[in-house]
Write a protein that binds this ligand. Structure first.
Ligand code: PHE
Length: 370
């Protein structure tokens, strides 16, 4: 009797000293067509985890062990790493991933396994509709497309718009449609609407058709790599008007690829490092000190998404999937990118910013509330 009490007491002490780490999966495209997205995402997540661990962990002295995987910007690779994190590593939750087309491949895997998941930056509407374990930390594209169309119509005074998008990418296709719907609702005309195959590098055929329709503005809702190339080619073809896009433009490489062709370019985004709120400036300062770079929206949202997930696990006080999911639902948190509370589809309602490319630099123009 005495002996077994002793053993139990000893076990309790040992478990306190060696409180088991909480394994969290992180995913982002660190290589592939949009590698800066993945690098920023990984940096943001690591910074959040370090802060939580320095404060003593999530609950009961349990610290976070982040296991980060590269989805390479590819849906099939994405499905593989989601499965690996859940089945091999035994993560209790996943923060990821970035591109909607890849997140759409991973979300059903999380849902089927009862693993709560939050995407920092996937804006396609369908992502959280996969199921009740799927959350996101960003606004959705019906809002983003509306903001882009309002800006083109009201601020740029465009009346004829064209759009070019990637036929194999849910994000760019969806956002082009969202833009078109709103631009037409405002009374504008979408004079050309051109899809191109994924992986294309020559867009001249689509752009020639677009220019024949004489648009005032061209909407390019794509990732920075394609945007840079499209901008260059459309300028070569003689178009001088404004180019408008979405959050996929957010990369230090946009200007490296597009050069002066992306001047007179504007895009909707989640956050600006020029925001003067103390929580933003504090984050920017810490991030710069740690990584020697200006944090983009991907870094900010990955940091936020990790905070949202760890806050839910702390409140749940357990690593049980259904309990974390329920705690996520009642999130009410002030994070770098704004206040986060989820609606019935597990989407937060957040404002957007408009960024202008000026003299090779992204410059904050305005904030648009939902
Ligand atoms: N919103 C994009 C998508 O859903 C990803 C992205 C977010 C890219 C933020 C850049 C910045 O695919």
């Amino acid at each position: 009797m005495k002996k077994s009490i002793l053993v139990l007491a000893l076990l309790a002490c040992v478990s306190l000293v060696f409180a088991q780490d909480i394994k969290i999966g992180g995913i982002g495209p660190v290589t592939g067509e949009a590698a800066t997205f993945g690098i920023s995402t990984k940096n943001g997540m690591m910074m959040a985890v370090e802060e939580w661990n320095a404060k003593g962990g999530v609950f009961g002295g349990r610290k976070v062990k982040l296991i980060f995987e590269d989805d390479k910007g590819d849906p099939a690779e994405g499905a593989t790493v989601y499965t690996k994190l859940i089945q091999q590593d035994g993560v209790v939750a996943i923060v990821g991933t970035v591109m909607s087309k890849v997140t759409l491949a991973g979300a059903p895997i999380c849902q089927a396994n009862g693993i709560p998941m939050i995407s920092p930056t996937s804006t396609n509407e369908k992502v959280t509709l996969v199921g009740d374990y799927i959350f996101r930390a960003c606004f959705i594209d019906p809002f983003q497309g509306t903001v882009g169309a309002n800006f083109a119509y009201n601020d740029l005074k465009a009346r004829a718009a064209a759009a070019i998008f990637d036929l194999g990418n849910d994000y760019t296709k969806g956002l082009a449609e969202n833009f078109k719907k709103q631009f037409e609702k405002l009374g504008g005309k979408v004079v050309a609407f051109e899809g191109h195959p994924s992986g294309a590098t020559d867009f001249k055929a689509q752009l020639t058709k677009i220019l024949q329709a004489k648009p005032d503005v061209i909407y390019i809702p794509d990732y920075y790599n394609d945007v840079g190339l499209i901008a260059k080619q459309v300028r070569e073809l003689g178009f001088k008007g404004p180019l408008v896009g979405g959050d996929g433009w957010d990369s230090p490489d946009l200007v490296k690829i597009g050069g002066t062709a992306v001047e007179n370019g504007f895009f909707t985004n989640h956050y600006s490092s020029e925001d003067t709120r103390p929580i933003v400036q504090d984050f920017v300062k810490k991030y710069k000190a740690k990584y020697g770079a200006e944090p983009d929206a991907l870094a900010a949202l990955a940091y936020d998404a990790m905070y949202i997930m760890l806050d839910a696990i702390r409140r749940a006080g357990t690593t049980k999937g259904s309990a974390i999911r329920d705690a996520l639902k009642t999130t009410d948190l002030n994070v770098v990118s704004g206040r986060v509370k989820f609606d019935e589809n597990r989407n937060p309602i957040k404002s957007a910013v408009i960024i202008e490319i000026k003299n090779g630099k992204p410059v904050y123009r305005t904030t648009v509330n939902p």
